[in-house]
Design a protein around this ligand. Sequence first.
Ligand code: AMP
Ligand code: MG
Length: 460
Amino acid sequence: MVELAQSYAAAVPELSVPWRADAPPDPALVWLNEPLARELGYDPAHLRGEQGIAMLTGQIEGTTAQAYAGHQFGSANPQLGDGRAVLLGDLVDTAGTRRDLHLKGAGRTPFARGGDGKAPLGPMLREAVVGEWLHAVSVPTTRALAVLTTGERIAPRQGVTPEPGALLVRVAASHLRVGTVEYAAWHLDRDALRALVEHATERHHPGAASPIELLESVGRAQAELVAQWMLLGFVHGVMNTDNMTLSGEGIDYGPCAVLDVHRRGAVFSSIDRGGRYAYGNQPGIALWNLSRFAETLLPLIDEEAPDRAVERATAVLEDYEGWYLDAYALGLARKLGVSGSRDEVLDLGEQLFAQLEAQEVDHTGFFRALEADDGATLLEDREWFRRWEGMREGSPAGSPLLVPRNAHLESALRASHLGDLGPVHDLLRAVAAPFERHPGLEHLEGPGEGAEDVVTFCGT
Ligand code: AMP
Ligand code: MG
């Protein structure tokens, strides 16, 4: 069995408390991610055994609950933290990369406030499906190693029927969030803040020689991440600063969704009434979050002259738009099979997306049709196709055939709630190899019925 280290608690002891997960009464593996298990150095058969289940359910020494703060929907919240999760520890995987193992749904922790500390099966499976898909399309993401049921029935999040309690074992480059640094900046002394920033730099951005370079490095990573999301039509749904990592991996897929019909204003989250985290707002929100991150770093950027620190941080943040547009235009040129200047590609894209939106065309379907040389059947605008032909170079490439469509995901989660895990296993198989056709699963390629009415729930 791979021994877990506690690198985080060792580096900044002020930012977590020793904490043990509740022992589940009757744990059962619903899904084990065998390729990921092997990548981590675990024998899947061992993880399925008694010792493996003990580790996966957090019944081991040394586990902690992490403290963090954050800006939620624009408002500062000084005290969040793992209300229902524990950090199991970290290990160095077979490729030599240090990774965290984390357990969600582990019961109330000292950070739980009013929450019950539990997690229902559906949302844990959703996070697993979305993580596997993002990984399969080469987008940096946390991933699920396993989903288990606990044997409990827990209070319903919606409706009145008790739900199966579940655990998600999550693998991440780390669980350092913008909100973690906010917590240190707001509650701890300068030395603890510095220790945290040094730990984050060493772990994720070893090329950064100073806090200002860390800001740049995190900014570039986030710009690239959000550009990939935009190109896929992915809506994270709750881009609070506590849901933004320093590593550049996407994390905490709660009320997230993938666009069916292309719509800039698309919102799927039941609690996002103002549309703050709408599809088209995501690049700007990432910059807003980075600005909060920058504020936490100010005392380390220039200890003597606060004004100079602000100037230097502002200069870095001003580059964000360029990083984002570079990454976005590069990806879009590949998807469209065109070459041209950044502005030409962006302009072609803008015209295209305006048309897709006006004609209510499916985002994923359009790019796949373009790859199949069939795009003209989906879009009436001849002028756009003439412009596109003029910029063509090579074939459109890199757009997935399969995305976790809202209607299919919802219906698979409903089935799992009722005890039928077949559909969610099908979906996991399909999204893990999203560029190929899966015989028997062709129905997962289209949006399905009722796709536009999907609302997902936060904090589940
Ligand atoms: P999330 O929406 O999962 O990112 O969670 C936001 C915050 O609420 C985090 O601090 C979570 O740990 C906490 N939280 C969410 N659900 C629960 C729950 N059932 N019990 C305790 N804390 C929770
Ligand atoms: Mg979160």
